[in-house]
Write a protein that binds this ligand. Sequence first.
Ligand SMILES: Nc1ncnc2c1ncn2[C@@H]1O[C@H](COP(=O)(O)OP(=O)(O)O)[C@@H](O)[C@H]1O
Ligand SMILES: [Mg+2]
Length: 326
Amino acid sequence: MSEKKVRLQIRHLKKMFSAHEGVEDISFDVYDHELLTLLGPSGCGKTTILRCIGGFHALDAGQILLDGKDISGLPPEQRPTNMVFQGYNLWPHMSVMGNMEFALKLKKVPEEERKRRIHQMLELVHMDGMEKKYPSQLSGGQQQRVAIARALVQQPSVLLMDEPFSALDAKIRASMRDELRRIQQETELTIIFVTHDQEEAMAISDRIAVIHQGVIQQIDTPAEIYNHPKSMFVASFIGDMNFIPENGKYRAVRPEDMILKQNGSQGEILSVMMLGHYARIRFRDNATGQEYKAFLPKENSQAYRTGMRIDYTYEHFVELNQETQA
Ligand SMILES: Nc1ncnc2c1ncn2[C@@H]1O[C@H](COP(=O)(O)OP(=O)(O)O)[C@@H](O)[C@H]1O
Ligand SMILES: [Mg+2]
């Protein structure tokens, strides 16, 4: 990880649909073999950025450089990128083999090599032996795995994935994350992954770009984003956070960093909820009326009851300015 090679450079990318819709000035780098996630709420511009990189939108301004070469004028099929979309975008009238073969045939890859590559990719996503099945005979998770294999078999330089697991139920989604991570590490693929799900982003990414209203707020490792958020938006969008007013600024404190003391006077417990291995405790600061949350390990939470008076403190906090931006 010492010397990181830049694979893709996005420079001042602009794509506006109307005065306030789109992205105005997006710049970031993607490293070789990295899984970079674009994370943000619906409508913040994630798909727009991805489609610009894939060549499905013409840019209003800016550049996209791959290995130093400007690819922003190329049509999608001439770009060394491949995109996996939100739904299962397999062709329903073609078998798994037909779906896998289509683009390779267009590229005139010889039959023997075609079969070898397809077999290898289906094995990688644990779908070997399913060549003759049609999409309607596969589960959602299986279809999405074929869609990933179909993108990979074309040996893209960068794989673009737009909320690829959003149509799957929670359990399969979690196992697909692990699968994707494994595949990415085995193939040393460079991936730009889009999601609005902060938990998914935290679980699979090497780095996360947090986007709000068309602007990248922070781009960092999951741990940095979690422990050192640089804005109120990032702090509140990822995980749970308390905001404690202090001298015209805010101290952002994670609920698990709250320390409670029984028989105090600062606050009062509003509720205690057992959530398996930890308890979620809501309390109110008596002086300000502000409500906060604390997560305590199960064994430390037994003593606390609704209505109990407590003191509270915290070990770790991040100081943030109140944002003027809406
Ligand atoms: N083809 C389009 N025509 C007009 N407006 C669009 C188009 N695509 C996206 N937008 C607008 O651009 C903004 C960003 O959309 P999008 O990139 O799809 O966000 P996300 O993928 O983060 O949900 C939204 O306000 C959306 O309504
Ligand atoms: Mg989208």
